[in-house]
Ligand binder design. Structure first.
Ligand SMILES: Cc1ncc(C[n+]2csc(CCOP(=O)(O)OP(=O)(O)O)c2C)c(N)n1
Length: 706
């Protein structure tokens, strides 16, 4: 057999040499054999989950051949084994993930296998929710563009390439997720260098494509997106796939815009080992699919074109088998994660926002000003200090139209928190986003994995819910699920809360306890202007994702004004502030209830009850030591928060006090909070629903007199 094909023949084989053709075949085979091996190991209970890439191999090897590992960026989904092999992840590394080994580079035993991740090749940790990765890819692509446009970022040269591509793949079922459409929207609006690969195997578990997509053809639908290069191919045909991937990649590298390749593939091994496709796929359909098996097709092609003989293929198959078996033996013997490591990597091991390093003195300047001013100045100062900070969200820019900017005062957020930032730092660092909350957080995640520092705004807490998947399953888990290989430190600023007299159910919500239930996020909730400045600076400089809750009602009060505490003022997280001394009852509180508790404590004084008021300032972590030391002194405690009593964060604190400080208590722990209803529009109803000073006063009196 010739070592290199003659020119004319090579052209017929897409300019691939014989060795390259054989390598393509070997990679496909290796991918399939690894699936087979995992299926065997699962049957023996040596691994705990299996999902295969079978039937998808041809288009994935074509993608792997076309793209550049450690240069381009990769957000592959669980069927992308062949791509990952092609770009450098080894069978041994894949099997380390299957056995859940300590040194599995994807997750260190924290995620199911086929949830790819590898820092060496720019493969960013992927998760299980279908479609979330698409927004991360958009953010990562955007990060490359931002690095190319912000010369002040000191090490930017090592962080991007002018013609890099961000690859992201997903199944046709996942294109039904809103996040897919949000991603396409942003990628096309901003002409981002993203290559979307839709691997359409006709089914999402048992749901056929015609139920997912009108007309059953996703590429037909997306052809209307301006600037999007669209191709539709048979993804079981390696050469068609290679042509399509090369054309798409060339389009993206030339910065003409994003590209989408829709590849029709097959799924011969059912959805996963938990699924049996015979239950919903008739035999004739399965047989027709089998005839399109990409590996069989490619080997037939090689044989019929005289590139390889049956014997050579058999030798290759035996060699692949040997490699897989050796890798499996080694992986099975690999060290498992120790039970004592279960809590590692929830938070950054490098930067501790509770440490004394964040305990810096205030250097007050100017006259007392509002929380709005404090936050705005902090953002301005931090953006000057760190050019990696980008600010985006709905309405946060001064004016998106450049030509309008010199003519207008600027919007700068519906509450004016970001006013003037775009004018100061330009529209590569401060920009409006489409009205799509998942995209705001998801893009932030993608940018942060590439070491930008997104400080995004969700316009109202009431509308954070479309981003919940991105917050709960992505932002907060990235570090943990990747075994500390990937992280996405970013800040989400969110105006929260009620007492607006007319805010109604959708401009008054609280709900910090919902996020406190998500391991991996920090939550700050300042009640004064000075605290807002200090806590926001800590949030930005910290290495973890932070939910920064800003109470709308506190933005412009006079009672919480303060002098700006200077460019370097930080407050450690988990450090409560005693707002009022008192000996008889402790009120633990935060946010808008701090002032209401102070008023209640003043009133209680008239009854000779001395109530202390402790402002937690951060919810995660919260200052248990301060709570405990004051409870041990007062022996009586009230917990007051704006959120509903039912499942409010006070429940957590009350349970802990009851569990750990029982013998110090002279009265039951009382909780004050909102009624278990939405917050109604009419001010009388709002007053009845949200906790008032009088409610806190009653709780203080009852507790003191118990
Ligand atoms: C958000 C979300 N919903 C449901 C699931 C459960 N689930 C896992 S895979 C899958 C089907 C995905 O189908 P498709 O996107 O076509 O990819 P395929 O598995 O067919 O390659 C479903 C429903 C999930 N992982 N995430």
């Amino acid at each position: 057999m010739k070592a290199v094909l003659k020119d004319r023949e090579a052209h017929a084989f897409a300019d691939l040499s014989r060795d390259q053709l054989l390598a393509v075949h070997r990679c496909m085979l290796l991918s399939r054999k690894l699936d087979d091996k995992e299926i065997q190991l699962k049957g023996q209970s040596q691994i705990f989950f299996q999902i295969s890439g079978a039937g998808h191999e041809a288009v994935l090897v074509a993608a792997g051949v076309t793209l550049k590992p450690a240069y381009d960026w990769f957000f592959p989904y669980y069927r992308d084994r062949a791509l990952c092999l092609q770009i450098g992840i080894t069978p041994y590394e894949m099997l380390l993930a299957a056995v859940g080994a300590k040194d599995d580079p994807a997750s260190g035993g924290r995620q199911m296998p086929s949830h790819w991740g590898h820092p060496k090749y720019n493969v960013v940790s992927g998760s299980s929710p279908t479609g979330t990765q698409v927004l991360h890819a958009v953010g990562a692509a955007e990060a490359g563009v931002i690095y190319s446009r912000v010369p002040q970022i000191p090490d930017r040269a090592s962080r991007y390439h002018d013609d890099e591509i961000t690859y992201v793949s997903l199944g046709e079922g996942a294109t039904s997720e809103g996040e897919f459409w949000e991603a396409l929207n942003v990628a096309c609006t901003k002409h981002l260098p993203v290559l979307f690969l839709i691997e359409d195997n006709g089914y999402a578990i048992s749901v056929p494509v015609e139920v997912q997509t009108p007309g059953g053809d996703i590429s037909r639908i997306v052809r209307g997106f301006p600037g999007l290069h669209v191709d539709s191919i048979d993804g079981t045909d390696f050469f068609d796939s290679l042509r399509a991937m090369r054309e798409a990649a060339a389009y993206v590298r030339a910065r003409k815009g994003p590209a989408l390749v829709h590849a029709r593939v097959i799924r011969p091994y059912s959805h996963s080992l938990s699924d049996d496709e015979k239950l919903y796929k008739p035999a004739a359909e399965r047989e027709a699919e089998a005839r399109r098996d990409p590996i069989a097709r490619f080997s037939e092609f090689l044989k019929s074109n005289g590139v390889v003989t049956d014997d050579e293929l058999a030798t290759m198959a035996a060699d692949v088998e040997r490699e897989v078996n050796e890798a499996a033996t080694k992986a099975l013997a690999a060290a498992k994660p120790s039970k004592s490591s279960a809590e590692l990597w929830v938070y950054s091991p490098d930067v501790d926002p509770t440490s004394t390093a964040f305990d810096t003195p205030a250097r007050p300047e100017g006259k007392p000003d509002t929380m709005v001013e404090a936050i705005n100045r902090t953002l301005k100062d931090e953006m000057a200090r760190d050019p990696r900070i980008v600010v985006f969200g709905e309405d946060v820019a001064d004016a998106s139209k450049r030509e309008a900017l010199p003519l207008v005062k600027g919007k700068g957020g519906v509450f004016k928190l970001t006013h003037g930032l775009q004018r100061l730092y330009g529209d590569d660092r401060v920009f409006n986003s489409p009205l799509a909350e998942a995209s705001i957080v998801g893009r932030g995640v993608g940018m942060a994995t590439r070491k930008l520092k997104p400080v995004v705004e969700i316009q109202f807490f009431d509308y954070i819910w479309p981003a919940m998947m991105q917050i709960r399953d992505e932002m907060t888990m990235m570090r943990y699920r990747s075994g500390n290989t990937w992280s996405c430190p970013m800040v989400i600023r969110v105006p929260i809360g009620g007492y607006l007299r007319g805010g109604g159910p959708y401009h008054s919500q609280s709900g910090e306890s919902i996020f406190a239930h998500c391991p991996g996020v920090r939550i700050a909730y300042p009640s004064t202007a000075v605290d807002a400045a200090g806590l926001l600076r800590t949030a930005i400089r910290c290495d973890d994702p932070v939910l920064f809750l800003e109470h709308k009602h506190l933005y412009r009060q006079t009672y919480n004004k303060g002098e700006y505490p200077g460019k370097d003022f930080t407050i450690p997280f988990g450090r409560a502030s005693l707002r009022r001394e008192g000996d008889h009852v402790l009120v633990v509180t935060w946010g808008a209830l701090v002032q209401r508790s102070l008023l209640a404590a003043q009133q209680a004084e008239k009854d000779h009850i001395s109530a202390a008021v402790l402002d937690l300032r951060t919810i995660v972590p919260y200052d248990w030591e301060a709570i405990a030391s004051h409870v041990k002194r007062t022996n009586r405690v009230v917990i007051a928060h704006e959120d509903q009593v039912m499942c409010g964060f006070g429940g957590e604190i009350a349970a802990r006090i009851a569990g750990e400080l029982f013998e110090h208590l002279d009265a039951p722990v009382r909780r004050v909070g909102a009624r278990n209803t939405p917050v109604a529009y009419h001010p009388d109803l709002e007053e009845a629903i949200l906790p008032q000073s009088s409610d806190i006063l009653k709780a203080i009196r009852d507790t003191a007199r118990y």
